[in-house]
Every structure is written in structure tokens, then in C-alpha cells.
Design a protein around this ligand. Structure first.
Ligand SMILES: Cc1ncc(C[n+]2csc(CCOP(=O)(O)OP(=O)(O)O)c2C)c(N)n1
Ligand SMILES: [Mg+2]
Length: 365
């Protein structure tokens, strides 16, 4: 199959896995995944150095979906990429005890780097991750061997950029010149209440430039060449974080709900699901459908992803040989062993609570 066709088929697979899961659960947010599917597809298949077989590999690139309400975007791409999320798990979206809750939960589901949902928080956590990498890198990276050099990608939405916390953390990220941070801004002009123009009209480009970020634009998210150009420019910018302002359409493909807040937080509805499938050339009678070509396409890539980790393991072996003391210390740090000096310097606290206060606290747990 020509590359253009398999790309389109894969992106629509992501869209309709999200649409079907939200429809089945009778709750959730289909619009954001439908709009941002091309970003997730391109990142996970072309740019992210990750290994679905080992989601904890240390130097993997991170991906943070700050707009956590669009969780089905993440679950769909993680499933296709070969993470431990089955098709049945997708069908269990938003069900009690499932690993696919309404908003992504760190520790519950492989491939989820941090819990998101409260807007602004994932964006800010990603900045914390970039700070952690810079700090550890300053202690352990060597001019000839960089053991920590991953990128931290993410998607943030209008709501993320409205929240106060994103202003504060973006300011710090620019100040600290966190060049490994690359965020897409899902600029769809819509929030839960309707058009963003109701409450949000600042110039995001100027705002982020003032924070000392590099700001790039994508005029149409469905043009993958624009995504490539933006990501590659972002990767080259070493001393500034990058925000890629990306024009998207919430509910892309839905004849009656695209570009409206009706696609934000409710299922499309059975009739509209059919109309949308027809509109995008999908079989309206198929649900949770993954074409064989798409499965094969991702399966082939999964094998090549293992190489990223293998290469890093080799790099770390050479680091161990050349810098044995640092390597030993690095491994200790990763195991929370910071040496006796650290332990001596830790303050100790005595319990000043009265017995009844303790009992009240414990009863609440
Ligand atoms: C801190 C916080 N306040 C409120 C909400 C509830 N909420 C969920 S999504 C949303 C707005 C969504 O608009 P946008 O971020 O543009 O997402 P889109 O509709 O484009 O998918 C709000 C207010 C939240 N998740 N977090
Ligand atoms: Mg929006």
C-alpha cells in the first residue's frame, strides 16, 4: 500500500477507535482525538524513540497528553503501537476497574507518563521532567557520551493555556532554556463552553515568545509535512522550549459536530458516528475496526523500536567502561541511594499529633 494511504488509514483508525470507545461508554471526549490524531500518529511512528516492549526504559522520549480529557487518543495510539493495552481494554473505556479510565492515570496503564486531566498540570509536569533531565544530565552526561538526551513531547489545549499554572511553568521553562521540550498547542478555537473567543483572546505566539520559547505554526494538522518540518525545527533548537501552534478541527470529519463544542465532551451519537464514518470513507458497520494493513504497519515498527533501547544499552556499557565511578553513582541515584551524607542531612520529624487527631486521620484513609 502506498505510504500516503497507510498513513491516512492509520490516522482514521485512531479517530474511530476513539469515536467508538466514547460511544460505547456513552461518555467521554471524542472531538480532541479526532482533531489531533495526525500528531499522535506522526510522533509515535516517526519521532518518538520509545520501546513499547519496555515502557520504563530510562532514556525513552516522553509524551504527555496534557489535555487528559482526550485520553482515547493516547489509548488508541498506545494500543496500535503495541503497549499492553488490548482492544478489549479499549472497549472497557471509562468502566470501573479498567486500565482505560476517563483521564490517563500514571502507574495504572503502561505508556502513561503522568496523570493528566486537571488542565495545565500535565504541561507543567512535562516541564518538571525536562528540568529533571537537565539536572541529571548536568551531573552525569559527558561531552563524548550523553546518557540522558531524550525529548519530552506533549499536546496542550486551550484549557491548558488558560490555567494559571501553565503561565508560571512556561515562564520557568523559557528561563531555564529547556530545549528538549516540544509542545503542540491544539488550537481548535473551541472549549467546553463554545468558541474560545468567549473568554480567551490573548496572542499565544507573543505570550510564549515573551517567555523565551521558540514558537512555530502549523496551519493544517492534516498536512503531515508541516508536522515534520515543525518537529525537526523544534529538535534543532537546543536552548529554547518549542510551542507548535497547530490549527486543528475538534471532531474532525463529523458533518454536524466538527468545530463545535458538541464534539468536546459527549459521544457523537449513533447516527452521527455513522455519518462521520461515511464522510471519512470508513465502513459504518464496523466498530473498533483495525484494518489488517494498519496492524501490520505498526507490528513492523514495533520490532524496530527495540533497537532504540538496545543502542542506548550499548551506549551505557561504553559509559560504564570509560566512566566507572560516575556509572556506579548514577545507578545508585536511580535506586534512591544518595550516600551517607545525604541520609545524615535529612531532617527528622516527630509526630506532634494528638492520639485522637491521628485516629481521625487514619479513619479517613
Ligand atoms: C483545572 C481544570 N478545570 C476545569 C476542567 C474541566 N474541563 C475539562 S475540558 C475543559 C475545557 C476544554 O477546552 P479545551 O482545553 O480547549 O479542550 P477541547 O474542547 O478543545 O478538547 C474543561 C474546562 C479541568 N479538566 N481542569
Ligand atoms: Mg480547544
Amino acid at each position: 500500500m502506498p505510504e500516503k494511504d497507510i498513513t491516512q488509514l492509520s490516522i482514521n483508525t485512531i479517530r474511530f477507535l476513539a469515536v467508538d470507545a466514547v460511544q460505547k461508554a456513552k461518555s467521554g471526549h471524542p472531538g480532541m482525538p479526532m482533531g489531533c490524531a495526525p500528531i499522535a500518529y506522526r510522533l509515535y511512528t516517526k519521532y518518538l524513540k520509545h520501546n513499547p516492549a519496555n515502557p520504563k526504559w530510562l532514556n525513552r522520549d516522553r509524551f504527555i497528553l496534557s489535555a487528559g480529557h482526550g485520553s482515547m487518543l493516547l489509548y488508541s495510539i498506545l494500543h496500535l503501537s503495541g503497549y499492553k493495552i488490548s482492544l478489549d481494554d479499549l472497549k472497557q473505556f471509562r468502566q470501573w476497574n479498567s486500565i482505560t479510565p476517563g483521564h490517563p492515570e500514571y502507574g495504572l496503564t503502561d505508556g502513561i507518563e503522568t496523570t493528566t486531566g486537571p488542565l495545565g498540570q500535565g504541561f507543567s509536569n512535562a516541564i518538571g521532567m525536562a528540568i529533571a533531565q537537565e539536572y541529571l544530565g548536568s551531573l552525569f552526561n559527558k561531552p563524548d557520551i550523553k546518557i540522558l538526551d531524550h525529548f519530552i513531547y506533549g499536546i496542550c489545549s486551550d484549557g491548558d493555556l488558560m490555567e494559571g499554572i501553565s503561565h508560571e511553568s512556561a515562564s520557568l521553562a523559557g528561563h531555564l532554556k529547556l530545549g528538549k521540550l516540544i509542545f503542540f498547542y491544539d488550537d481548535n478555537g473551541i472549549t467546553i463552553d463554545g468558541k474560545t473567543s468567549l473568554a480567551f483572546s490573548e496572542d499565544i505566539k507573543k505570550r510564549f515568545e515573551a517567555y523565551n520559547w521558540q514558537v512555530l505554526n502549523i496551519s493544517d494538522v492534516n498536512d503531515l509535512k508541516q508536522i515534520d518540518t515543525a518537529v525537526e525545527s523544534a529538535q534543532k533548537e537546543k536552548s529554547k522550549p518549542t510551542l507548535i501552534i497547530t490549527k486543528t478541527h475538534i471532531g474532525f470529519g463529523s458533518p454536524n459536530k466538527q468545530d463545535t463544542s458538541a464534539a468536546h465532551g459527549s459521544p457523537l451519537g449513533e447516527e452521527e458516528v455513522k455519518l462521520t464514518k461515511k464522510n471519512l470513507g470508513w465502513d459504518e458497520n464496523k466498530f473498533f475496526y483495525i484494518p489488517d494493513e494498519v496492524s501490520d504497519h505498526f507490528h513492523k515498527m514495533k520490532n524496530s523500536f527495540v533497537n532504540y533501547e538496545d543502542e542506548w544499552n550499548k551506549l551505557f556499557e561504553s559509559y560504564k567502561k570509560k566512566y566507572p565511578e560516575e556509572a556506579e553513582k548514577f545507578i545508585k541515584y536511580l535506586n534512591n541511594d544518595f550516600g551517607s551524607e545525604w541520609n545524615k542531612s535529612l531532617p527528622s520529624f516527630t509526630n506532634t499529633l494528638k492520639k485522637w487527631q491521628l485516629e481521625v486521620l487514619l479513619a479517613k484513609q
